[in-house]
Design a protein around this ligand. Sequence first.
Ligand code: F1P
Length: 336
Amino acid sequence: IKSQPEIWKKVISQCPERVERFVNQLQQENADEIFFIGCGTSYYLAQALAFVYSQKLKMRAFALPASEILFHENAYLHGPSKKLFHLISRSGETSEMVAAAKKLKAKGYPVSAVTCRASSSMAQMSDITIAVNEADEESIVMTRSFTSMFITMVYAAEQLAGAVTIDRQIAETAAHTIERCEEKISAFIQNNPIETFVFLGSGMLYGFANEAMLKMKEMTLSNSEAFHPFEYRHGPKSLVSKDVFVTLFASHEACHEELQLMKEIKELHGKAMVIAASGNNRTNLHAELDFEVSHLTNEQAGLIGLVIVQLMGCYLAEQKGLNIDSPRNLTQVVKL
Ligand code: F1P
């Protein structure tokens, strides 16, 4: 987890060369739709990227788990629109991903991929592979592979849109944040017995909220859920109590309203953490943890927020006596 700032620097320096063929493909194919496909963490990465490509490139961009392509293809693989498929997998060996690659290739669709293993089966089957090898990791739980593949794919979208915001500064900010917040997070975990984690994020940050939710399940075996912030009012809010810890990945676009929701959660005695890229005043919120990451884009703030959640997962796992390198019932590569 703590290797991320250094790894991101390397990843960013490789981006221009690494994304070139993919960027050319997007320009030349002139596709109407792009589908980002993944499983688990890589599916949540797909969700975040579908939003980024939709917003920055005005393409119709979708995220699907690989199993949808395998079992419900008639709902997706039809119509005259020109489709591109971008496969996401750290290992490139997840059975559903390899099977989805096979199916899409057999049907003649253009298939590209991002992975941390250049020689994997999925990579070999794809027309174009972006390999972020330096971000590969031994751990079962995906941490730096998620953030590094995200950085690379956002770079590609921003290059196409003609405005690159992802640069080495994000690595410096992450290093500084880790230093600044480790003690606070560890003290909070020691002093607050949390039964349930809730992560809220809108737009691109919904994928990050889902990924944070998964990290807490995998690393700490805690109940953990994720919602679009304003969906939380439509039912889930009835479960708020002092044992529920709600994290908001605040977006620039809806920060004011999202903070209002957090206020309601505090009034119901829930505990709160806010990771906010904008400087909205929240002195009256009294969140237990509040990380101001101002002057950052939603994408950059999401990255910092995720590192904070990953660290929190570590501390809680340690406190519960769990070995995060060997999470219950999980394997590094899911093979059917
Ligand atoms: C994705 C995944 C992870 C999960 C575990 C096993 O794999 O299912 O979401 O946490 O680490 O792998 P991949 O297709 O990205 O290699």
